[in-house]
Design a protein around this ligand. Structure first.
Ligand SMILES: NC(=O)c1ccc(N[C@@H]2CC[C@@H](O)C2)nc1
Length: 253
């Protein structure tokens, strides 16, 4: 089924379609799908296998443990996904060999009208399929998963949040702090005191300027404490520098 022309179309090549379809049933991504901002379809290479056993894997040339995913069923599944919508698609293979997914790469995925995520299982996918069909390899981190599906779902979730209209006002605020490349500031909600722990006075002052300043200072301070690498590559303006110096002085006091 072809989606409305300006909806983002996401196709996933996977032997576990039901697993991946779950990502479009809940929360922000679920609402985006319901509202037609994105359209998610899964394609199972088993449905495109040549034999009646629907074989999608075979033993590796060169020997060794495990199985390798065959070219033909995956190739046909990708072709079927491409044919489902006239727009060109970017084919992304999820693997530990890929470039590390970060917010910049997520933003690029969100800008694509069509993405086809290729999820491998077993020991991996025949290199000839990757050479012929894959535009980009992405990794969600330096660890091995049993399949690419969870990685694809992570990318789908992160990118869908950036699709215009996907986040209501209540979420977009959360988006701002991350878009600055800093860690998020602390959050609080009722009750005012819980087991003798209170809420920072400034947050209940009603002074929105003071609240914004406090949040920026906390975001800068937490980034300095937990992820100094995120600060290494960036110029702080005079205000940010002063707030961070204040935070550090208080931290060391
Ligand atoms: N870190 C990651 O993003 C990641 C992605 C995929 C993966 N495993 C699949 C199974 C076989 C091969 O296709 C790759 N593991 C880790």
């Amino acid at each position: 089924m072809t989606g409305t022309p300006n909806s983002r179309r996401i196709d996933v090549i996977t032997v576990f379609p039901e697993m991946v379809e779950q990502v479009a049933r809940f929360g922000v991504v679920g609402r985006a799908a319901e509202r037609g901002l994105i359209e998610l379809s899964a394609w199972n290479p088993r449905d495109y296998a040549e034999d009646r056993h629907a074989t999608v894997d075979d033993r590796p040339y060169g020997g060794g443990p495990g199985m390798v995913m065959k070219v033909a069923p995956l190739h046909r599944a990708i072709q079927a996904a491409r044919a489902a919508d006239p727009r060109p698609a970017r084919v992304i293979h999820l693997s530990p060999q890929g470039a590390r997914l970060d917010q910049d790469r997520v933003a690029r995925l969100a800008a694509c009208e069509r993405v086809i995520y290729l999820c491998g299982r077993y020991e991996g996918i025949d290199e000839r399929l990757l050479e012929a069909e894959v535009d980009e390899e992405l990794s969600i981190g330096d660890y091995v998963l049993s399949g690419g599906e969870l990685a694809a779902m992570v990318a789908i979730d992160a990118a869908t949040r950036l699709v215009p209209g996907a986040l209501g006002h209540e979420d977009s605020a959360a988006e701002d702090s991350f878009a600055t490349g800093l860690l998020d500031h602390p959050h609080y909600t009722r009750p005012e005191v819980y087991e003798r722990r209170g809420v920072p006075e400034v947050l209940r002052s009603g002074d929105h300027g003071a609240v914004d300043t406090w949040r920026l200072k906390q975001a800068l301070g937490r980034t300095w404490l937990r992820r100094p690498d995120l600060l290494a590559g960036r110029e702080l303006d005079e205000r940010q520098r002063r707030l961070l110096d204040e935070f550090i002085a208080e931290h060391r006091a």
